[in-house]
Design a protein around this ligand. Sequence first.
Ligand code: ATP
Length: 218
Amino acid sequence: MSDTKIDLDQLLWGENPTGAKKIGLFFGTFNPIHVGHLILANYIVSATSLDEVWFVVTPHNPHKKKASLLDDHHRLAMVKEAIEDNIHLRASDVEFGLPQPNYTTNTLAHLREKYPEKAFVLIMGEDNLRSFHKWKNYEEILKHHKIVVYPRVHVASEDSTSEVVASLDAHEQIIKCDAPIMNISATFIRDAIKNGQDVRYMLTDPVFKYVDEMNFYR
Ligand code: ATP
């Protein structure tokens, strides 16, 4: 066990680790899921005593039609294919059944009610932490959940000096962790496919085949 694992666990669960099954939640559109997401999630699940990380696939928002966003079932299917051989990673379609537009606070309330025996922790990039105070009911989220924050390269500096952001930085529910970060995004991959470039290795083989055979993003 590395020092990182011990330190992170101490921060997450303290001296009295909960007996609950510990689940990390990684929210995203996953359009498509790529190696940046996978390396990060697998690192976090293996560097902590989280039992699992769930990739929570955000469904289409009917009020914000985005042409480049693939149908929900395709994005979910790609997540499932990408993590098929990893028992610690799971795909979640929990948001597909919730009223739209949906907010993270509602999803978390739903998960707490559905799985009272599990402890849910959010996994968030540093970039998202900068705007977390604008999320609906963010204080309520912090009351119930810890947040593991990983570094991102492009962090907007605009908000970073505000008091509320500074207080979140030091919040006891927020735990910063180190993680290997790849400078890659789904947007980059979609653009590359559109330009006829080869995106092998940016996606797992099954996801690459799925995208290729379905002619997505061209
Ligand atoms: P897009 O380019 O379409 O916005 P994305 O690659 O950022 O997509 P999302 O599905 O929006 O992917 O990502 C889900 C979560 O993963 C987001 O919180 C996002 O910040 C984070 N994320 C995206 N790319 C990476 C990466 N390379 N490493 C770590 N986290 C990432």
